[in-house]
Design a protein around this ligand. Structure first.
Ligand code: G3H
Ligand code: ZN
Length: 283
């Protein structure tokens, strides 16, 4: 069933686990994510970046995920990832997304507060949850590109002020993760996370989680992260699954078989993440 991202994350906050937020671009990624969640009896967020919406079409993307989500045996939220463009955020509200991220992390603080509050005022009467970001997460994610030197960690006092003024439902924090493929092993600032959770007492979001070791993810969940974003690892799995299939079946030309190998590979990653996040059986 399709449910509000707000309810889904509030339950995770109260239950002390994290829900996976997996990026989709097309039918294959959507099927893989939702089938994996069903097999794990886990709630899940299917998230679309602005780039994915441009690629598939806004109506097409919304209708596809909503339809598959509604038929699912587990709670599914349709989430806009990194909505840096207010127009896209508002169109998502109109087209039935059940959760949106307004990403004003590149704006100055007061402007980020002002627009995030505007989004909250529009989204809440529709029952839609709003995520915002404070601090700057490094790396490249579709429309968001933050140089390593530009990345800044979330300040706990500023975070408290931000959520009080805006009324957002969840907050993405910068504590040492980055978007894309890591060069070395990421070092997370767990103490900062602990303080933020204690001060805010609300759902916390971790971006750039692909490539972060399982133990570090488990510790972040223990300290209060409730939504974990995974994109890059799904892309890599999709590519590896298809490459392997083509190497073993060079004559294959049925797209369902070729893409089916990609779906299978994505499902394995999603199921493994759900296990680590602690949301298995929480549907
Ligand atoms: O917003 C999406 C994510 O933060 C995904 O990051 O590509 O490093 O998994 P990732
Ligand atoms: Zn992100």
């Amino acid at each position: 069933m399709l449910i509000s991202g707000k309810d889904l994350l509030q339950r995770a906050h109260e239950g002390g686990y994290a829900v996976g937020a997996f990026n989709t671009n097309n039918l294959e990624f959507t099927k893989a994510i939702i089938e994996a969640a069903e097999e794990m009896n886990a709630p899940v967020l299917v998230q679309t970046s602005m780039g994915a919406i441009e690629y598939a079409g806004h109506d097409e993307m919304g209708e596809m995920v909503r339809l598959i989500g509604e038929k699912a045996k587990v709670p599914v939220a349709l989430h806009l990832d990194h909505g840096t463009d207010l127009g896209v955020v508002m169109r998502c509200l109109r087209k039935g997304w059940t959760s949106v991220m307004y990403d004003g992390s590149k704006l100055d603080y007061d402007e980020n507060v002002r627009i995030a509050k505007f989004v909250v005022d529009a989204a809440h009467p529709m029952g839609v949850g709003v995520e915002a970001e404070l601090g700057k997460i490094g790396g490249v994610e579709e429309h968001v590109n933050v140089d390593e030197k530009e990345a800044t960690f979330t300040d706990p006092d500023e975070a408290y002020d931000f959520v009080t003024k805006t009324g957002v439902d969840s907050l993405a924090v910068a504590i040492g993760t980055a978007h894309g493929v890591y060069k070395g092993e990421p070092k997370l600032d767990f103490e900062r996370l602990r303080i933020i959770k204690e001060k805010l007492n609300m759902p916390i979001v971790l971006h750039g989680a692909s490539g972060v070791p399982d133990e570090a993810i488990a510790e972040a969940v223990r300290l209060g992260v409730n939504k974990i974003n995974i994109d890059t690892e799904l892309r890599l799995a999709f590519k590896a699954g298809i490459s392997k299939f083509m190497a073993e079946n060079p004559e294959a030309y049925d797209p369902r078989k070729i893409l089916g190998a990609g779906i299978k590979a994505i499902k394995e990653v999603v199921k493994n993440k759900i296990r680590i996040f602690g949301s298995e059986g929480k549907a």
